[in-house]
Design a protein around this ligand. Structure first.
Ligand SMILES: C[S@@+](CC[C@H](N)C(=O)[O-])C[C@H]1O[C@@H](n2cnc3c(N)ncnc32)[C@H](O)[C@@H]1O
Length: 233
């Protein structure tokens, strides 16, 4: 990320895997920005991979589980024709996303408080956005119960305009198997930390989408054995 003062070092993760960030576990700045170490690494290739799908579009994108908000701010700049709204259930994350937007001079879109396992599509703040061009969730559904994946699919089916995109990014299994030893170890660690967590299978997401009227339009291999899944309404 550019324009950032030197962050305080943070204490580093204390144990296992975490669905969240805080000033105690990652580097932060006094304005509330939190720093994920992996975002500067996975952001640029994501921007490139998303461009053919998003660059020609206008309208509103809702990001589910924005975390630090680093992606939201840089993608809002990368796709200026799109109105990029971050959301997260964690207020510390929402504060960080707002601070990143301010730091990077992104039009302010106050991060929404949404729990994807709830009926978020009926939330008044979401309804006020109108039909969505895209719903995107990166590195969320493997580090949350399956209800979060099903909730994202159901809510996207309800909120996307025709032709709108539901986009997932992160590690996935394919045809019931891990895609590599790194992901197998990661999955085992997630499940050891929380039996309700774990890598989701592309086939499972494809089936959930099909039931909801969202067809898998692309499955894109990304660095570090991650995948970009694009479903279209
Ligand atoms: C590993 S972080 C990923 C953050 C960011 N998307 C990224 O790629 O850097 C997982 C995020 O999912 C969020 N999350 C966890 N449970 C959630 C839920 N039920 N609904 C929405 N977001 C959730 C967490 O608060 C956290 O911000």
């Amino acid at each position: 990320m550019t324009g950032a003062p030197s962050p305080s070092p943070g204490a580093g993760p204390t144990s296992g895997h975490s669905a969240g960030y805080s000033p105690a576990t990652v580097a932060s700045t006094p304005d509330g920005r939190l720093f994920s170490r992996v975002v500067p690494r996975n952001g640029p290739p994501l921007l490139v991979a998303l461009a053919p799908w998003l660059a020609g579009r206008v309208g509103t994108v809702l990001e589910i589980g924005c975390g630090t908000g680093q992606h939201a701010a840089s993608f809002a700049l990368g796709f200026p024709a799109l109105d990029w709204w971050p959301s997260d259930p964690d207020p510390v994350h929402r504060q960080s996303a707002a601070a990143w937007a301010a730091e990077m001079r992104v039009p302010p879109r106050p991060p929404l408080s949404l729990d994807a396992a709830d009926d978020w599509a009926r939330d008044g703040a979401v309804v006020a956005l109108g039909p969505l061009t895209a719903v995107i969730s990166m590195n969320v559904i493997h580090i949350a119960p399956i209800a979060v994946a099903t909730g994202i699919v159901a809510g996207a089916a309800r909120t996307l305009s025709p032709g709108g995109l539901l986009i997932f990014y992160g590690p996935f299994n394919e045809s019931g198997s891990h895609t590599g030893p790194g992901n197998a170890a990661f999955d085992a660690g997630l499940r050891a930390d929380n039996p309700d967590w774990g890598l989701r299978d592309v086939d499972n997401i494809r089936a959930l989408g099909a039931q909801a009227g969202l067809d898998l339009a692309a499955l894109i291999s990304m660095p570090a054995d991650n995948r970009l899944l694009i479903l279209r309404k």
